[in-house]
Design a protein around this ligand. Structure first.
Ligand code: ZN
Length: 102
């Protein structure tokens, strides 16, 4: 849609006084091609015989594995809890029962 068409549309809308579908349809007439009913489509033979299949394979469930392999000699730091000194969680996720004696 060029500027002249836009100006035409604005004038047409002003003349209609309210959003007029006809004015919009007229302004877009040259730039939008309606597809029409499926029976009238001109589909080439080589396209008509193509069968579209869904993609193969499934997305694996769960978090994907880490790509980075630790370097030689690198120590893997396991999460240590500051509350119960247990490994694999921190104090925010600690499930150890609260001691009543401390
Ligand atoms: Zn803990």
């Amino acid at each position: 849609m060029n500027l002249r068409m836009l100006m035409y549309l604005l004038h047409a809308l002003a003349a209609c006084n309210l959003p007029c579908r006809h004015a919009i349809a007229t302004a877009y007439a040259g730039s939008i091609y309606p597809v029409g009913p499926m029976q009238e489509w001109d589909v080439p033979d080589d396209v008509q015989c193509v069968v579209v299949l869904p993609p193969k394979g499934r997305k694996p469930s769960g978090r994907p594995p880490k790509k980075r392999r630790p370097s030689e000699g690198e120590e893997i730091v396991h999460r240590k809890c500051g509350r119960c000194k247990g490994l694999g969680h921190n104090r925010q996720k600690c499930k150890a029962p609260i001691s009543l004696t401390d």
